[in-house]
Design a protein around this ligand. Structure first.
Ligand code: HEC
Length: 243
């Protein structure tokens, strides 16, 4: 495998993610309840953003593509979760419905894909949906980064005074799930020798997101701030080389 990759690097092996399980088990990052809560958030954001067709052009890169991207990540997370039977939602079908929207689509196409998402959530699943899908092909790099960025202010708000409510952990869980897509989507790496840097920063970022989530669950704002800052140090270090 390694040899094949070495030979194929020039022809783009580096940017072809392997169709496989998440780089670390999703169970270590999110509970099924966390995933369902994030699905609800994204569905309600889409409902609002798609309601007025005249706003579509303004919102398609400010929430619409982000929500579809997040829903495909959340569908895949559910598909691979050991406790997936706790949920009535069919993860692979949710992922495929969300992937039906292409980031440059029209309002009609977005509405049609959203209808598919709602059908899946209502238990109306048709067709075959394979369990695995490459984590590098669930959300685009730009929407992934916008979501990470949007989580920053949510996390800071929670850290000011964590109360132990279930929803407080969600932006940190979002960081964690997106650290998986980040790890696998290495298309921004141009030189093979830079791949280890990318892997290192995405691993550091995931570690920080896990510790951050743990601190929030423990209502420890000081410890949480420490890991939030470590996470942001990984963002900055990576941007210096790759952005
Ligand atoms: C492992 C590397 C890596 C890490 C870690 C990383 N980024 Fe990025 N980021 C990138 C790359 C590469 C781009 C350029 C993406 C593009 O142009 O498509 C980017 C672009 C961005 C953008 C601009 C997105 C746009 O609309 O074009 C924002 C905002 C951003 N990152 C925020 C963050 C935040 C916040 C974090 C941490 C919480 C983070 N990034 C962590 C690699 C990284």
């Amino acid at each position: 495998m390694r040899l094949t990759c070495a030979v194929l690097i020039v022809s783009g092996c580096l940017s072809t993610p392997v169709l496989a399980q998440s780089p670390v088990p999703v169970d270590t990052i999110a509970t099924v309840a966390n995933i369902e809560a994030l699905i609800t958030q994204n569905v309600s954001r889409l409902e609002k953003s798609l309601a007025d067709a005249s706003k579509f052009d303004d919102l398609k890169e400010k929430g619409i593509r982000e929500s579809f991207g997040m829903l495909s990540v959340l569908g895949q997370a559910l598909a691979e979760h050991s406790d997936r039977t706790e949920s009535k939602i069919n993860g692979p079908a949710l992922r495929d419905a969300a992937l039906a929207y292409n980031n440059d689509g029209t309002h009609e196409e977005a509405v049609a894909a959203f209808k598919q998402v709602q059908d899946v959530l209502a238990g109306k699943v048709t067709g075959d949906h394979v369990k695995f899908h490459s984590w590098g092909k669930l959300i685009g790099m730009a929407p992934m980064m916008e979501e990470l960025n949007a989580s920053n202010s949510e996390i800071l708000r929670v850290l000011r005074r964590p109360r132990g409510k279930d929803e407080e952990v969600l932006p940190a869980v979002k960081w964690g799930l997106l650290s998986l897509t980040m790890k696998v989507d290495t298309h921004a790496v141009q030189k093979p020798e830079d791949l280890s840097k990318w892997n290192g920063w995405s691993d550091e970022f995931r570690e920080a997101s896990l510790k951050l989530a743990e601190a929030i669950r423990n209502k420890d704002g000081t410890e949480g701030r420490k890991w939030f800052d470590k996470g942001n140090a990984a963002c900055e270090a990576c941007h210096e080389v790759f952005q």
